[in-house]
Design a protein around this ligand. Structure first.
Ligand code: MN3
Length: 199
């Protein structure tokens, strides 16, 4: 199954001033596009070529001989998910079912913010911070490089890219500023609520 690079769900300037047009052009058109292209090339002619990308990611996780499929497939999936996790005028307090669940499972919005900042800020090198559902309970986790929680039986609800390419043009080395902005100005809680409803 050829994986297609999705268009951004908003205009390239839609997240300014928090994420610049230049960042989205590089991040989507170069980085994400390259992962998609390499994934499709890596699965071509293998049994993975007929499988949905999620199946290919799960089937190749932890297999050193299939790193090309796993790394590019997971990065292709993660970025498609990440774009939807942001929206113009997003961020701040959640509403709806996720707000109640953050209260009951994580101890409230402030605790979520603390845990999410911690996850994103302490991921050494490249990776991702996530809000996931595990056995019906919310958890904040981080993953290294391309890793994705679906390989640990967790359902992703929200993610934040903390690879330098996600923020360097706009924030240089100030990853904490990018994380604060992501939380306060960008999170698309509607998308998180949709993911929770489907889980
Ligand atoms: Mn990225």
């Amino acid at each position: 199954m050829t994986y297609t690079l999705p268009d951004l769900p908003y205009d390239y300037t839609a997240l300014e001033p928090h994420v610049s047009k230049q960042t989205l052009e590089f991040h989507h058109d170069k980085h994400h596009a390259a992962y998609v292209k390499k994934y499709n090339a890596a699965v071509e002619g293998t049994p993975m070529a007929d499988k949905p990308i999620e199946e290919a990611i799960k089937a190749t996780a932890g297999n050193p001989d299939q790193k090309g499929i796993f790394n590019n497939g997971a990065q292709a999936w993660n970025h498609t998910f990440y774009w939807q996790c942001m929206k113009p005028n997003g961020g701040g307090m959640p509403t709806g079912a996720i707000a109640d669940k953050i209260k009951s499972d994580l101890g409230g919005y402030d605790k979520f913010v603390e845990a999410f900042k911690q996850a994103g800020g302490t991921q050494f090198g490249s990776g991702w911070a996530w809000l996931v559902l595990e056995n019906g309970t919310l958890k904040v986790v981080k993953t290294l490089n391309a890793d994705n929680p679906i390989t640990s039986n967790q359902t992703p609800l929200l993610t934040m890219d903390v690879w330098e390419h996600a923020y360097y043009l706009d924030y240089q080395n100030q990853r904490p500023s990018y994380i604060d902005t992501f939380i306060n100005k960008l999170i698309n809680w509607d998308f998180v609520n949709q993911n929770l409803a489907k889980a």
